[in-house]
Design a protein. Structure first.
Length: 216
């Protein structure tokens, strides 16, 4: 780990605990599709990764069916699910310290950008970030590596060596590695140490308070 000036943060499981809204939205979509899922804990796997991949992986859906399910999911998420969410304790203080230290803060999330912006504004976090990038509603940009590419295009490839990703799932690590970026994996989100280390995380952060010592 070096001294990085551009810090890319995942949103779900890293800045906010969004599990309630995501799980409720998935349950809504499954119910509409005739699937009676009783195990809410199982659905925490949907927090972070692209939705289409999760519907295919955990419910055996074909790609076109997963796309349809995303549309149903958004019926609930766009009205209720997005605000069934909370900021992790200590995150605003960490962001303020990083900003004061002269770091350029960026959101890079697999969540649709329109919802990411809405959530950041709702919780008053947008003031800390220079860039908020997410996936596109049409699915053309969905994977974390694609979102990170959008960030790189906006900042400039000449700054690649100054960038680091922070996230809680293997998708954050893998997406960062596609562009040669290190990733700090956080354990207070929804990914395990084993998942993050197996994916190749450069550092493991046990709690919110440790972010400052690792990133500064």
């Amino acid at each position: 780990m070096g001294n990085y000036n551009y810090i890319l943060f995942d949103l779900d499981g890293t800045l906010t605990d969004s599990a309630e809204g995501i799980i409720n939205s998935v349950l809504y979509a499954l119910h509409k599709n005739g699937i009676d899922e009783q195990d809410r804990e199982k659905l925490t796997a949907f927090v972070g990764p692209p939705l289409g991949e999760s519907f295919q992986k955990y419910y055996g859906m074909a790609p076109e069916e997963a796309v349809r399910m995303i549309g149903v999911y958004r019926e609930y998420f766009s009205t209720k699910g997005w605000c069934e969410n909370r900021v992790y304790d200590g995150i605003p203080e960490v962001l303020e310290q990083l900003q004061r230290a002269g770091k350029h803060l960026v959101v890079a999330t697999s969540k649709p950008e329109v919802f990411a912006v809405k959530i950041m504004e709702h919780f008053g976090l947008e003031k800390y970030f220079e860039i908020i990038r997410g996936s596109s509603l049409d699915g053309k940009i969905s994977k974390k590596g694609q979102v990170i590419q959008c960030v790189i295009d906006q900042i400039g490839e000449e700054h690649l060596g100054e960038m680091v990703m922070v996230g809680d799932r293997e998708h954050d690590v893998i997406g960062a590695r596609e562009h040669g970026l290190p990733c700090v994996g956080v354990l207070y989100g929804y990914g395990s140490r084993e998942e993050l280390e197996s994916a190749g995380a450069a550092r493991i952060c046990p709690d919110v308070e440790s972010l400052i010592s690792i990133l500064c």
